[in-house]
Ligand binder design. Structure first.
Ligand code: ADP
Length: 158
């Protein structure tokens, strides 16, 4: 049976997104998809938090370069909620390499790079829980009823 799950996920708008003046356009992609914005703030990342966040890349030759890139300007961290939101947001973002990402995805439409690829998105429920706790205090995540909810989902979809 297909299990339907209401999920929260982390999105980070990377420094390249701020520097290229794309913050509004990228947030618009998530808005118009129908995801509920539960939290959002601007943060200057540090080597310490990035070493945790990108620990799965620590053996890669580009590890330090990716971390440095994420510290060149502040980022915008967002929490979005929706049914299957983790997979839906990953699909919206597209694969890591912007050059190979399909047109219509965020990376496919806005990125020519493996590294400078506009957004970070959580890749699993386990990672999303850890990442949201890394970047948000509990009181920074807001619960409210999405006014459009009944028009976003059928009654058997949540
Ligand atoms: P994703 O962000 O798609 O989940 P990863 O978790 O594998 O991808 O990598 C984290 C980030 O590290 C990527 O978004 C990208 O900025 C950078 N990165 C990953 N692989 C490469 C690579 N081969 N060359 C340059 N940067 C990379």
């Amino acid at each position: 049976m297909y299990l339907i799950v209401m999920e929260k996920t982390l999105v980070i708008l990377k420094p390249c997104t701020l520097q290229r003046g794309l913050v509004g356009e990228i947030l618009n992609r998530f808005d118009r998809k129908g995801l509920r914005l539960c939290g959002m703030k601007m943060v200057q990342l540090t080597d310490e938090i990035l070493s945790e966040h990108y620990a799965h890349l620590s053996s890669k030759p580009f590890f330090q370069r990716v971390k440095d890139s994420m510290m060149t300007a502040p980022v915008v961290v967002c929490c979005y909620e929706g049914v299957d939101a983790i997979a839906a947001v990953r699909a919206l973002a597209g694969p890591t390499n912007g050059r190979l990402a399909a047109p219509g995805t965020i990376r496919g439409d806005y990125s020519m790079s493996f590294q400078e690829n506009i957004v970070h998105t959580s890749d699993s429920p386990e990672t999303a829980a850890i990442e949201l706790a890394r970047f948000f205090k509990p009181e920074e995540i807001y619960e409210y009823k999405q006014a459009t909810f009944d028009y976003l989902y059928a009654s058997d979809e949540y």
